[in-house]
Ligand binder design. Sequence first.
Ligand SMILES: NC(=O)c1ccc[n+]([C@@H]2O[C@H](COP(=O)([O-])OP(=O)(O)OC[C@H]3O[C@@H](n4cnc5c(N)ncnc54)[C@H](O)[C@@H]3O)[C@@H](O)[C@H]2O)c1
Length: 674
Amino acid sequence: MNAKALKISFKEQLLQGIPKELPSKKAYPKNANQAPVRKDILTLEEKKLAIRNALRYFPKEWHAILSDEFADELKNYGRIYMHRFKPDYEMYARSIDVYPAKIKPAAAIMLMIQNNLNPSVAQHPEELITYGGNGAVFQNWAQYLLTMQYLATMTETQTLHMYSGHPMGLFPSTKDAPRVIVTNGMMVPNYSQPDDLERFNALGVTQYGQMTAGSFMYIGPQGIVHGTTITLMNAFRKILKSDENPKGKIFLTSGLGGMSGAQPKAGNITGCITVCAEVNMKAAKKRYEQGWADVLIDNLDDLVRTAKRAQMNNEVLAIAYIGNVVDVWECFYEEKIIVHVGSDQTSLHNPWSGGYYPVGLSFDEANVLIHENPKLFKEKVQKSLRAHVAIINKHAERGTYFFDYGNAFLLEASRAKADILASNNIDFKYPSYVQDILGPMCFDYGFGPFRWVCTSNKPADLDKTDAIAMNILTEIQATAPEEIQLQLSDNILWIKNAKENQMVVGSQARILYADAEGRSKIASAFNNAIASGEISAPVVLGRDHHDVSGTDSPYRETSNIKDGSKFTADMAIHNVIGDSFRGATWVSIHNGGGVGWGEVINGGFGMLLDGSKKAERNLQNMLFFDVNNGIARRSWARNNEAIFAIKREMERSPNLKVTLPTIVEDTLLEGLEF
Ligand SMILES: NC(=O)c1ccc[n+]([C@@H]2O[C@H](COP(=O)([O-])OP(=O)(O)OC[C@H]3O[C@@H](n4cnc5c(N)ncnc54)[C@H](O)[C@@H]3O)[C@@H](O)[C@H]2O)c1
C-alpha cells in the first residue's frame, strides 16, 4: 500500500487526479478475477507507439520507470492498464454527498463510475472491466484518475468530453447542456473488424464500452435478471399449454459470468429447472456462493441424476455445472433428458479472446492456446460451434425451443459453417429473442429497461421508489389497452417481489420495463418525492442501451425490423443527439456492445432528478423522445405493434407528428415483372 496516498483523504485523492508523487508499484492481487490475456497483435513499432501513448499522461521524470513497467504489462496482459495507479481506497458507490464535486450532476456521475468499478459489481475490476469479458469503463487507471478530477472540479457551464475512456477535457457549454458526452469505440466504418479493436485498444486509443459499462449505467446483475426473466417467462408461454407451468421443465444454457450469471436466478423466478454450464470454476463458485444457483455440480453423472430427479419431482431448481455446455447438450441427448427451452450466453461477441471456450479443451488449456496459438484456438472454437449446433439441432427435433439471447451465437455459428441456416438459406433455424419475444411484445410498444439509482445509497429510499413505481404502474394498468396488459402485469409482479428477490449488488438501484407513459409518470413522481423530502436525495435515471430506441443491432435489438433498414444506425444516433438537447445529464454512444465490435451502434443517457422544476421539464421532454423515437422507426418499418403504439401516442400528444407507412398489398407485388 502506498503510504503517501494514505496520508491524504478520499476527497483529496479524487481532487488531485494523477498523484503528485509516483505511487509505489503494486503486485497483482492474488484472488482477482483477471481478464484474459489479450492477443499480441502490435508490431514492434506499434508497441513503441503504445508506450509513447501511455506515457503522455505522466511527467517526464517518471518515464524511464514507467516505460519498462508498461512494456511488461503489454507483454503480460496485451494491454497497458497502469496497475500502479489504481487508487488504494475502496472502490464502491458512496452517497452523493461524499463526493467533492461543485455540482450534484458531476457527483452523481462519480458515484456511477465507482459503482461500475466496484469489485462486487465488476467482472475484472483490476482491468477496469465491468462485464462481458471486455466491457470497459476506462482503458487504464490514469483515465479514471483524470476523469474523477475533472468531475470534481467541473461547473454547471462546462461539459466533459470523453473519447473511449480518455477525458479529452472540460469545454465551456451551458447550464442546459449535458455535463458529460461519452463515445466508445466509434470508428471510421472500414476500421471496425475484430482485429482493429485488438490493435487500437492495445495502442490505447479506443475501447469496447459494451452497452452500459462504458456509460457508467451498469447496475449489477439485476438489470439482466429482469430482462432474462421477462424473456424466459415468455419463452415458456410460447411452448406450454395454458394449463401448464414451467415447474419441472428444463432450461439449458451456459455462462455464469457478468450477465450470464443472472440466468439461474431468472430461472428460479420463472419457476423452471435451470441447468447452466460454466467452464470457469471461479465464476461458477461466485454465483453459487452468492446464492444465485441452488447447487454446484462438477461431474456429468451427478448432473444427470440431479436433473432427472428435479424433473420427476416437478421442482424449481437452479443448477450450476462446472464444465463445457456442449458436453451437457450431448449428455442430455444420450440420457433422453427433455430440454424444453435452450439458449446460450457464452461471450460470443468476443469469440477469439476467451469469450467462448471450445469443447475438448480444459479451461486452462484453452487460455494457454489463446495466447500461444490464436489460429489453432480459432479453429477449435469454430469446430466446437459446429458440434454445439449439431447437438442443439437434435434436441430441437425432440421439441426444444432454442433462442439466441443476444450473444451472437447464431451469427458466429453461421460464420463457423455450422448447420444453422433455415431451409431458405437466408434466415437462421432459430429466432433471436428480440425477433420472437422482446421485439413484438415489448420494444414495439415502447417497453424497455428503465432503471434508477438512489444516490443516498439508502435502502429506505429504494423501498420508497419501488412503492411509487408499483402504484403508478397499477394506476396505468387500470385504463391500459388489452395489448399491453401482460407487460404491465409482469412488471407489477416484478416490482412487488423485487426487494424479496434481493437483487441489489452495489448501489441502491432498480430496473423495470416500462413504456414512455410509465417512465415519465414514475420519474415525475420520484422528482416530486425528492422535492417533498419523502426521498432523501436525488435519483439517477437511466436505461440499458438495449432498448426500444437506443440500439441499432441487426441480429438483436433491431432484428425484428424487416424493411431492410436493420443494417442502418440512424436511430441510435438520433436518439443520443436528441436526448442530449432535451435534458440528459450525460449521453453516450458506442460501437460494439452485446453482439460485438462493428456489429452494433448503441447509445444511452443518464439523468439526475433533484426535485427541481428544471428536472421535471427535462424528464418530460427527454423521456418522451427517448422512447417514441424508436417506436416511430419501428412503426415506419411496418411493425403492427409499433403502428398501434405511435398512433395511440399521437392521439394523446398533439405536438407529435410521425410519418406513418402505407401498407402495400402482397398481391400487387406478386404480379410485378422485373
Ligand atoms: N440479450 C441481452 O440482453 C444480453 C444480456 C447480457 C449479455 N448478453 C450477451 O451474453 C454474453 C455473455 O455475457 P456475460 O456478461 O455473462 O459475459 P462473460 O464473459 O462474463 O460470461 C460468459 C461466460 O461463459 C463462459 N463460457 C464460455 N464458453 C463456454 C462454454 N463453451 N461452456 C460453458 N461456459 C462457457 C465463460 O467462462 C464466461 O464466464 C455476451 O456476449 C453478452 O453480450 C446479452
